[in-house]
Structures are given as C-alpha cells and as structure tokens.
Write a protein that binds this ligand. Structure first.
Ligand code: HEM
Length: 417
C-alpha cells in the first residue's frame, strides 16, 4: 500500500542546501524522522536518501540512472562533460573498466612509491622554512605524484601553477559566485593542456610508457570499437589528476586527527599497516568531504510504500550515512579501532560512494586514496617531527568542500632519519 513520502513544503530549497552544506539532509532527516523524504531543488521535486538500507536502493541499476543527474555547474567544474560519471549501462561498464585497469597491485605500489618520494623531497625543503601550510604543500606533492603516475610531463617551475589549477576544480563546484567562474576557467585551461598531450601521443610525437594512463586512455577504444574524442580523453585524465590532488583534503584532516586524538595516534608509531589502515578509514568516515551524490529515477517504482517517480532527482547522503546511528555506534566519536569489526558492507561506509566498482559508480580511486593516505600518515607520524603553532583548526560543516580554517600550519619541521 502506497504512503505519502515525508515532504518539505516550499517552492525551492537550493539556497538552503548551499547554506546548510553537509547538514542539509541530516537536519531534515531529524525533523521528519525519516531516511527518505521529498524536497524541492533546482526548481523541481527531489528525493533525499540516507543510511545503508536506502543506499542499497540507490545503487540498484534497475532503479536509478546517472544521465542528466549532475547539475551543469558541477559538470563545468568538478566532473567535466562527457565523463564516466554521467554514463549508464554498457557505455559506463566499458569506460569504468578503463579506469579499473589502472588499479592493479603494481599500479598501487607505484603510487605509494611516488607518494613517499615526493613527501621526502618536500620535507627536505620544509626543514629550511620557518612555517609551512600543510594543505597547500600537500597539493603540490600530490600534483607531482598524479602527473608522474599518469605519465603527464611536469616541469619543476610548473608545479605550483598546475596544483592551483587542479585544486580550483574541486574547491569551487557548489559555489555560484566568482570562485565558480575560477573553477570553470581552470577546467577549460586544464582540458586544453591535456588535450594537447593526447594529440602528441596520437601523432607519435610523444613517448609515454604503456603502463601509464596517458598512453592507456589515448588508445582506449569505446564499446563501439572507436577511439575516444580527444576532449573526452582529457576529461577522463583529469578524472585521475584532479581527485588525486584532492586527497590533500583528507591529508589535512589526517594531520588534524593526529593532533586532536594523540592517544589514538600512539598505535601508529612503528608504522603497522593495519593500524595505519584503521586510522585512515576512520578519517574518511569521520570528516566531511563529498556531502552527497546524485542520480535520477530510471523507471517509476515503489519502495517501502513510497513512490519514486521516473526522472526524479535523488540525492544519497554520503556524509550522513557515514554518521548514521542505525549503522554506527557512537558515530560522532573518532575511533579507528571500530574498523576491526567492520563487516566491509558496500553500503554503510560510503565516503567515496557505495555499491560495486565495475557496474556501479563507486569511486574508481578509492584504493589509491587509502594507499596515499596511509603512506602520508606514516610519513607524518614516523618520519617527521613538527609543532603546531597557535591557529584556528576548526572546520565548517556548511562550506563544501571544507578543510581546517588554518589549513594546518606546521613549524620546526624536521625529518627523522
Ligand atoms: C567517483 C569521492 C578520490 C576517481 C567518486 C564519487 C565520489 C568520490 C563520492 C561518486 C560516487 C557515486 O556517485 O556513486 C572521492 C573522494 C576522494 C576521491 C572523497 C578523495 C580524494 C579519487 C581518486 C580518483 C577518483 C584518487 C582517481 C585516481 C573517480 C572516478 C569516479 C569517482 C573516475 C567516477 C566513477 C563512476 O562514475 O563510475 N569519487 N573520490 N576519485 N572517483 Fe573519486
């Protein structure tokens, strides 16, 4: 029997979404006492979902599709147009396989090696500086890692500029003001930069190792057996570069966690891989990054008596699900050891999306993210000594994405050799 879905009255709540950020869905889940409710966004009816039970529905390919789900501003900055995020069915599966083919054991080992190498190089420079801003420095480290890992050439004097360009794309997606324009311009310039390299590879004017993404994507054939359009190759290469640099957000939070929970960080001394893993997982669960992800109802269906009408925009609360009391005990405490008992459900711990990698939209870079975080955490705790001077380490739950206000300043940085 059909029931009326709890509903927020009013014409449009898009501005509230921008204002309330990570708490938009949680606030309404509380007031309406429901993991499913209806609101209005971008001038239309929209459904919000939260918690692992609802996540299971969201990742059912018979029920939801991605075509037309991402609003234009997000495509113009964060995703790029024509990329894997907006594909469905066979086209998606084929394109996703292109990404997942880069995630072998060797590929992951290579990115760990590069992460360590560039932390070491940067730390040597920090020793001579009075103070560094960790978030800004790590963006540069990860720009080097991302470019070398994908086979994109990067001159020493280009590092700061490219780091800024790549971060402008993820620092501005939800903004409707001047900074959105900054993100839009950064994307179009970055696409030009990468497209030029793809042309050179295809004209045999540039050598790049077969194992690197620049090679693999330039020669990838789609499900119809055709090479991808040069612009799409650029969009997909940026789908590697941009989010690798974005791991700097999690690394800023990692440093914050080490500072705020020194008792928990003690177990990391000595660099035990399992301890590094639990700590990094808890950073990804506890701190905010992607607030939600979006899809559209593929065909009308009924779930728990609620009707989901074809083409309705539907948001899945990622941050809220990671903190959902139905799924987590004491969700608002930072407790890495909770991961000793986690059952690896694909639906309750979803900072980078849920469901399956190959046929769903779960983040292609989740293993990379965890490995880069573990390597960075190990470096911070076991290879560096530093002091945190007086600063504002608070972070906003209404700005998307958010980082500690001070971006984590460090002084007296020394390598422990
Ligand atoms: C998709 C988060 C890092 C590549 C996604 C999604 C989220 C996400 C929420 C969408 C899931 C969905 O809609 O169901 C993050 C976060 C990261 C991160 C928080 C931390 C920095 C990475 C890295 C890479 C990457 C390092 C690549 C090297 C992708 C790709 C997709 C994706 C290609 C699209 C997958 C698809 O549509 O099938 N990510 N990601 N991400 N991510 Fe990540």
């Amino acid at each position: 029997q059909n029931r009326q879905m709890p509903k927020e009255e009013g014409l449009d709540h898009s501005l509230k979404l921008l204002k309330e950020g990570y708490q938009f869905i949680i606030n309404r889940r509380h007031t309406m006492q429901s993991n499913v409710f209806e609101t209005r966004l971008l001038g239309d009816k929209a459904i919000c979902l939260s918690g692992s039970e609802a996540a299971k529905i969201f990742y059912d390919n018979d029920k939801f599709k991605r075509e037309g789900a991402a609003p234009k501003p997000v495509q113009k900055t964060l995703f790029g147009e024509g990329g894997v995020q907006g594909l469905d069915g066979e086209a998606h599966k084929h394109r996703k396989a292109m990404f997942m083919s880069l995630m072998s054991k060797d590929d992951l080992q290579e990115i760990r090696r590069l992460t360590k190498k560039y932390w070491e190089l940067a730390a040597t420079e920090w020793e001579a500086q009075k103070e560094i801003v960790l978030y800004e420095e790590v963006k540069k480290i990860l720009t080097r890692v991302a470019c070398e890992w994908t086979g994109i050439p990067l001159d020493e004097n280009e590092v700061a500029h490219r780091a800024e360009q790549l971060s402008d794309m993820f620092e501005t997606p939800a903004d409707v003001s001047l900074s959105h324009f900054k993100g839009w311009r950064a994307r179009s310039k970055a696409e030009d930069w990468i497209e030029e390299l793809v042309k050179e590879v295809r004209n045999n004017e540039r050598e790049v190792a077969k194992s690197r993404a620049l090679h693999a994507f330039s020669w990838h054939k789609d499900h119809n057996g055709e090479l991808l359009d040069e612009n799409i190759v650029a969009v997909e290469l940026l789908n590697l570069l941009r989010p690798i640099v974005a791991i700097s957000v999690y690394i800023a939070f990692t440093a914050l966690a080490v500072h705020e929970y020194p008792e928990k960080a003690k177990s990391l001394k000595g660099g035990d891989s399992v301890q590094l893993q639990w700590f990094s997982q808890e950073v990804r669960r506890y701190y905010p990054f992607f607030p939600f992800t979006a899809a559209k109802v593929k065909e009308s269906f009924t779930w728990n008596g609620y009707e989901f009408e074809k083409d309705t925009l539907t948001l899945l609360d990622l941050y809220g699900t990671n903190h959902h009391p139905d799924d987590w005990e004491n969700p608002d405490r930072f407790e890495p050891e909770r991961f000793s008992e986690w059952d690896k459900s694909p639906f309750d711990f979803i900072p980078q999306g849920g469901g399956e990698f190959d046929i769903g939209h779960r983040c292609a870079g989740e293993w990379i993210t965890i490995d880069v975080m573990k390597e960075s955490l190990d470096y911070l705790v076991n290879h560096l000594s530093y002091t945190l001077p007086e600063q504002d380490l608070s972070f906003s739950l209404t700005e998307i994405p958010t980082v500690p206000q001070s971006k984590v300043k460090l002084t007296n940085v020394e390598r422990i050799i």
